[in-house]
Design a binder for this molecule. Sequence first.
Ligand code: NAD
Length: 451
Amino acid sequence: MAVTVLNPATEQPIAQLEQAGVEETDAAVARAREALPAWRRVAPADRARLLRRLATLVEEHAEELARIESENVGKPISGARGEVGMVAQVFHFYAGAVDKHHGDTIPVAGGVAATFREPLGVVGLIVPWNFPLNIASWKVGPALACGNTIVLKPAELTPLSTVRLAELALEAGIPEGVFNVLVGKGSVVGARLIEHPDVAKIGFTGSTEVGQTVMSGAAGTIKRVTLELGGKSANVIFADADLERAAAAAPYAVFDNAGQDCCARSRILVQKEAYDRFLEHLVAATAGVKVGDPTDESTEMGPLISAAHRETVAGYVEDVPKLFEGEAPGGSGFWFPCTLVEATNDDRVAREEVFGPVAAVIPFEDEADAIRIANDTPYGLSGSIWTRDGARALRVVRALDTGVLSVNSNSSVRVSTPFGGFKQSGFGRELGMNALDGYSEVKSVFISTEG
Ligand code: NAD
């Protein structure tokens, strides 16, 4: 059966693609398995060269890829360009990492102990619709660098950019069968990858709910899993912070990608003594977010991904008094305005991942109160701390149960630094050298020097 892909900004169809079923999934896994022995034998410098060529091809096709992503996800073209730039950087980084991820020699009695990093085999990669190409590259880069072959399943709503990436991989000279993309349903293709005995690992990014399915399904074959799941991160603003700077940045930490961001700082915690002053700046900054046509160079926020998702997001704020509600286009497109609500940390809007442009503003008393509220969530992905007191910043950083933090900044994703969650935001790390550990096994060998 074919799937129709829509542009969320216009609701117009932009592509029709055949969906894979179980049979096609099995065939892709078989292709990946066949390609594995030759791919793991490729000399490190040659594997690095192929990844470097893929990075260069992504750069050469940057505008095309950005337009595909912008049209399919509804994200502003300027943001899509930035994301494609990161995809190229990811492949450059892992090209450089191929021969820098190595084993150890360990002093032991009677000989030498050494470790080797071996590829896992065929890995299944399942990715969401919010950053389709970016998140795919975070998995594809380290997986290929370690000598694995891949079957990648993009989200049903946003398959176009990863289908194109697989074509570029072939053009780069990465052999047939090494990098396979399957367009299809999570419940069919994803589920088959999870149970397939020839798939060694699932690298998954998506909701905590589906993450639970991945984890329990993987138990049947003791598959390795990396889970990058949901978040409900806190942006903690102390009264001694540069309030204007913190307030100017805060909207973009929630409303970027229309709030469809696992790292969204969707709980804005503000110290009571600075609450009114901060709020004044926050409302002004939120009113300045430019919402509209994603093809316009100056647009900062586009629509939500689908009609169904817009309904879910609306459900969080229907009967809730708003501190502020911005403007959004009418007519076609799954638009939703930037919305600020005051909340306690027990309110539904503060507990669940809304995954839309809705921020819950929550007052707090002091440092201990801020830490308690920030940690009072099942999630632990990212977060920010704004203060001029360096010692306090470090105390709070250490006290928060979250994987990725920023101080006096809201940026948490970098090519060379580890990314991933605590608690129900998942486990395993992507990006940086850490990601390579998730795509390799450590083999320990003892070589006797006696006799
Ligand atoms: P989702 O969990 O619905 O889907 C993610 C992927 O899983 C899709 O490809 C989908 O087809 C597949 N899938 C669905 N059901 C499946 C099943 N039964 N078996 C196997 N695969 C299945 O998530 P989504 O709605 O696409 O994305 C939004 C979620 O992703 C949010 O919760 C968000 O926080 C999370 N996310 C996390 C990160 C991170 O790095 N931590 C990054 C981006 C998004």
